[in-house]
Design a protein around this ligand. Structure first.
Ligand code: NAD
Length: 237
């Protein structure tokens, strides 16, 4: 199969790294026209926490393509620190980098997603939206991802009359530049992650990209408001 997303116009944020990069690559292999967005090093450079830049970006993409069929909101930024070390500024930066970033892009894309007729929004929650992982100073990240999970159910309800489906993927630990820093910071962290994983390996961006491909395709036409755990079983026990 190499055409599951043929003729689909897909915007993938966070496409310069990690999961977004893996999703953009697979979507292209599956025949989609992909517009990758990031701060730099991809098709479109944009600070997605800047309202004016984000509005202008999606107006430009919409005008060029006439519609958006798939929006993958993989761009995110979070500060990890234990409660007593987490400044209020870092708390707010994390909520902006995990929540506002999804709200701003989705709102700007919405008129073009409506044009798609059978559109799909794919957001990223996290295993951290449901459980606390020992050894992970993830307080603000847990709040942000819990917010994305709840927000996406609402988007599913608001989007349904317009043919827009909205779902979250909840990754467990996936190897990216961002998570490599967590592994480097704490020599025991990998052991703690693997202790929770039923499948005893760390995840790759491609493990997530296959699920995103399915959610973006018509194979998932009856799926909305769902949260798909891709976490090696970490949250299943
Ligand atoms: N990697 C994991 O283990 C994991 C686990 C659970 C959830 N997630 C979620 O999956 C998504 C992707 O994660 P990742 O690990 O690939 O992240 P990453 O840090 O590797 O990549 C995120 C990308 O977003 C971009 N970005 C950040 N702020 C931006 C902004 N204001 N404007 C434009 N681009 C911006 C960064 O430049 C980067 O390229 C995120 O929502 C993350 O929270 C990841």
């Amino acid at each position: 199969m190499a055409d599951r997303l043929k003729n689909r116009i897909a915007v993938v944020t966070g496409a310069a790294n990690g999961i977004g990069q893996g999703v953009a690559r697979l979507f292209r292999e599956e025949g989609a026209t992909v517009i990758g967005v990031d701060r730099s090093d991809t098709d479109e450079a944009c600070d997605l926490t800047d309202e004016a830049q984000t509005q202008a970006l999606f107006a430009r993409i919409g005008a060029a393509h006439g519609r958006i069929d798939v929006l993958v909101n993989a761009a995110a930024f979070a500060v990890f620190a234990w409660l007593e070390d987490l400044s209020y500024a870092d708390w707010k930066t994390t909520l902006t980098g995990e929540l506002d970033i999804v709200y701003l892009a989705t709102r700007a894309a919405w008129p073009w997603l409506k044009q798609g007729g059978t559109s799909s929004v794919i957001n990223f929650a996290s295993a951290n939206a449901r459980h606390a992982l020992e050894g992970s100073p993830a307080l603000a990240h847990c709040a942000g991802k819990g917010g994305v999970l709840a927000m996406t159910r609402q988007l599913a309800m608001e989007g349904a009359p317009h043919g827009i489906r909205a779902n979250t993927i909840a990754p467990g630990f996936i190897k990216t530049a961002a998570t490599a820093r967590h592994l480097a910071a704490d020599p025991d962290f990998e052991r703690q992650v693997l202790a929770k994983n039923m499948l005893k390996r760390l995840g790759e961006p491609e493990d997530i990209a296959w699920a995103a491909c399915w959610l973006a395709s018509e194979e998932a036409r009856y799926v909305t408001g769902a949260d798909i755990a891709i976490d090696a079983g970490a949250t299943a026990w």
